[in-house]
Design a protein around this ligand. Structure first.
Ligand code: GDP
Length: 298
């Protein structure tokens, strides 16, 4: 948890205050505390090991050259390493040069994709874009209706399969939606795809087929920040099965563990691009690595 992580680091740094330089024993003690704190925050073990090793390495290197306040020195290093792993600068959406920009969402059922789709649409609309939502989640009985309700809430049209219009399967829906967007001059298409409760081969294939059919400008992996260590397995499987350009963390308003953000970013090497933090349509923003690092440290 964030609080535990922060408290632990604060305590460690307090113990270091007043010492002129970091001894090897200080570095080991600090590393041990950071390790425990990260594990408690539900960061995956390989990520913890790599992170701690990187911090130790840098702490050692800087110790020789500078006589800064050691506490500040460690805070700075930990902060910079966190920001680095979380993607450095905020990664912005890439828009298509011509024709509609196609954004495809993938993730497990319950991750918050349908909600996120509408939030993203509203966010884009507020920037003067003319998005269209696409209901390509045809697995969950209520998904299409839920997207329509959310679309209405944010005043964004929803493209959905209709009985008899010949687009009954998710791939056809996605393909037809891009044509519809061109006709109606929508500049962004946001495709909500099906998520099952667990990762399964059929789901992956369906998502990959949609990807191949519409060649999205951005594939975003949507993941619930509350699922902790499980996020890593899921993130990796979606990366192998579908592939994606960026990550969206949802439910950051809950007792969200920094662990998921850190682990996913570190293991997949993909930037976290957006943060969703609440049930309101406006509870959504770009993800800021520096702010998340600050939140972990404060
Ligand atoms: P999907 O199955 O991936 O499409 O997930 P939904 O969009 O249906 O979301 C699943 C549940 O999580 C719903 O009850 C949403 O209201 C809720 N939810 C989605 N995003 C957030 C969020 O950022 N914060 C909170 N607290 N709840 C959320």
């Amino acid at each position: 948890m964030f609080a535990t992580l922060s408290d632990r680091l604060a305590d460690t740094f307090k113990n270091l205050r007043g010492k002129g330089r970091l001894s090897e024993a200080d570095i080991d003690a600090t590393a041990r505390e950071i390790r425990i704190a990260l594990l408690e925050a539900d960061v995956a073990l390989p990520v913890v090991k790599e992170f701690v090793a990187a911090v130790k390495e840098r702490a050692r290197g800087e110790e020789v050259s500078q006589a800064l306040n050691p506490a500040q020195q460690i805070v700075k290093i930990v902060n910079e390493e966190l920001v680095n792993i979380l993607g450095g600068e905020t990664r912005r959406l890439r828009f298509a040069k011509t024709g509609p920009t196609v954004i495809m969402l993938a993730g497990l059922q319950g991750a918050g994709k349908t909600t996120l789709a509408a939030k993203l649409a509203l966010w884009l609309k507020e920037q003067g874009r003319t998005p269209m939502l696409v209901a390509a989640d045809l697995q969950r009985p209520n998904a299409v209706q839920q997207l329509q309700v959310n679309g209405d809430r944010v005043g964004v049209p929803v493209f959905a399969p209709e009985p008899g219009n010949g687009v009954g399967d998710p791939v056809s829906v996605a393909r037809a939606s891009v044509e519809e967007a061109k006709r109606k001059l929508h500049d962004v298409v946001i495709i909500d795809t099906a998520g099952r409760l667990g990762v399964d081969a059929e789901l992956m294939k369906q998502a990959a087929d949609i990807r191949d059919a519409v060649r999205p400008d951005e594939v975003l992996f949507v993941v619930d920040a509350m699922i902790g260590q499980d996020a890593v397995t899921t993130a990796q499987m979606f990366l192998d099965g579908v592939g994606y350009d960026g990550v969206v963390l949802t439910k950051l308003d809950g007792d969200a563990r920094g662990g998921a953000a850190l682990s996913i970013a570190s293991i997949t090497g993909k930037p976290v691009m957006f943060a969703s933090a609440g049930e309101k349509m406006t509870d959504f923003d770009l993800f800021h690595p520096d702010r998340m690092a600050g939140r972990i440290l404060d």
